[in-house]
Design a protein around this ligand. Sequence first.
Ligand SMILES: [Zn+2]
Length: 486
Amino acid sequence: MTLRLHDTATRTVRDFLPLTPGKAGLYLCGATVQAPPHIGHIRSGVSFDILVRWLKVSGLEVTFCRNVTDIDDKILRTASAEGSPWWAVAERNQRAFTRAYDVLGCLPPDVEPRATGHVPEMITLIRRLIDSGHAYAAGGDVHFEVSSYDRYGALSGQRPEHMRAADDIEGGSAKRDPRDFALWKGHKPGEPYWDTPWGPGRPGWHLECSAMATKYLGPTFDIHGGGLDLVFPHHENEVAQSRAAGDGFARYWLHNGLVNLGGEKMSKSLGNSLLVDAMVAEVRPVELRYYLGQAHYRSGIEYSPEALAEASAAYRRIEGFVVRASEAAGTGTGTGRAAGTGGTGGTGGTGGTGLPLASSLPAAFVAALDDDLAVPQALAVVHEVVTEGNTALAAGDQAGADKQAESVRAMLGVLGLDPLAAPWATAGDSGLSDVVEALVRVALDQRQAARARKDYPAADAIRDQLHAAGIVVEDTPAGPRWELAR
Ligand SMILES: [Zn+2]
């Protein structure tokens, strides 16, 4: 079976046939860095991280480009409201986005271009559009002439006569048609600007992405991704200007569903309590990733603390099996969360990427992800194998448990959720986890000795002190085991 993906442009699920066999180029609209990310922003990062992982596991050599929009009306507004330079606002929020992608285990892109570093490429694209009669300079701005491109509206499935005016109204009076959108915005006092043959100014958002995508991926590339809220006008305008200029542009358009709060799209004002930095102080990042990644990427997520708690519990069930199986096999260090083999265990990997080989995955799991990344069905397979593995553990069938644990870890690796692999495993942190393990063992031996001489207050005191240090002790038939408190 081949990978099939839902293409917004055709509104169908299509076989994914890369432009160059064995390779895949992916452009994802990244952050507009006017504020730190909430979970609505970062869901896109997680969804497309799963896609990137799956393309790689499927044997493709992926070039993943995710941009940063570091010049924009909203960034300028934030900067002027707080009295900071616009570039300082952009830098600060870009760091917050990078932190959020990293903390949620998203693989870094191969290139992360910033709009302000690509003005020459944008000027070249404007030149091509003016020369071919698709754009015009007027009143200091340069506009794309929508009526010059007969497929305008095709991506978002709208008829031109029903389309609303472009929202960059400041250039309105000089436009030939209200739907025309700004490729370049003429300089206004107090705003940053770059010189062009059509006068000083700054780039329009849509132009930035067309220029950056084709610079890194070529005039025609495989996949363009982004949130569902970007289909119109952003992506409609990107495809119009690039194709009008003669580029093939994206061959597949993928859009992730949004995270809603109280039935509304999460906005800056609604989403403050759901900033990624604040969320990961309350919930383990791996559980937040599980929550954001578990739904089908095209479905909307209605945020609720209860649903997040359910996702956490589901992840812990999987994690609990993996950790216990690893402890029973003696491959872990017996420290719960601190256990780690630092890699993908015995599953092999795809050429140093840390990802499992497709051949190590259950066929039903592969079939689910090949079917437009059906993560809910893929997770159902994970949970089934966990159930079988727990049964094997309870029956003392170590070989069976090992086999199921290996399979579960391979599947989790594809989803970026393997608790014993980077970045979730703490093994490899300069050997500190080994030191902690040894120290906790000393304390637990003292506690056992106190119990043996029936000095229960001393035994309890040791347990309480460990607890105060963030360590939970559990007595099992095989002796005490410990893990970090969550
Ligand atoms: Zn974009």
